[in-house]
Design a protein around this ligand. Structure first.
Ligand SMILES: O=c1[nH]c(=O)n([C@H]2C[C@H](O)[C@@H](COP(=O)(O)O)O2)cc1CO
Ligand SMILES: [Zn+2]
Length: 159
């Protein structure tokens, strides 16, 4: 008889998004994303970080003050990185797992590259205009989104 306590596809891909987030240098919010096709093959992954060549040790990681001296103008979001990291052909009809609901800028990229479904873990910025704009665009463009259902399974990886 087959083993019973294997993880589901959703757990597998959100698990990969969570592991990707562990690469983030952002001291306050680490985000990971994983893109898969409709055969459950992983197409790409990403996490939030400074653009390539922009030194993590030189760029600002704070949240407040002068826009040129905090992170927001500079950080490339996990979802956008996952889209841009893809080295294959098309992302049409793919699904995207993200540890955080995509912002409006990532939502535009998600729609434009043909991703059809978004599965998210946290929606901690649900009350912001950015997230509300994302949902409006997803609704109009026919991109479905659903919260990831946490099952409480614990996995320890000894790295
Ligand atoms: O969807 C997202 N994807 C993503 O990668 N991010 C990144 C940008 C920042 O590095 C961090 C958010 O920072 P903070 O929670 O401190 O405002 O998460 C933020 C969002 C939502 O705004
Ligand atoms: Zn974003």
């Amino acid at each position: 008889m087959k083993r019973a306590d294997y993880i589901s596809w959703d757990q597998y891909f959100m698990g990969i998004a969570l592991l990707s987030a562990e690469r983030s240098k952002d001291p306050s919010t680490q985000v990971g994303a994983c893109i898969v096709d409709d055969n459950n093959r992983i197409l790409s992954e990403g996490y939030n970080g400074m653009p390539a060549g922009c030194e993590d040790d030189i760029m600002p990681w704070g949240k407040i003050g002068d826009p040129l001296n905090n992170k927001y103008f500079f950080v490339c979001h996990a979802e956008l990185n996952a889209i841009l990291n893809y080295r294959g052909g098309s992302l049409k009809d793919a699904r995207l797992y993200s540890t955080l609901f995509p912002c409006n800028e990532c939502a535009k990229a998600i729609i434009q590259c043909g991703i059809k479904e978004v599965i998210y873990l946290s929606d901690k910025y649900a009350s912001t205009d950015s997230t509300m704009a994302s949902k409006r665009m997803f609704d109009m463009a026919g991109v479905t989104y659903r919260p990831y259902e946490v099952k409480g399974k614990k996995i320890t990886i000894d790295l």
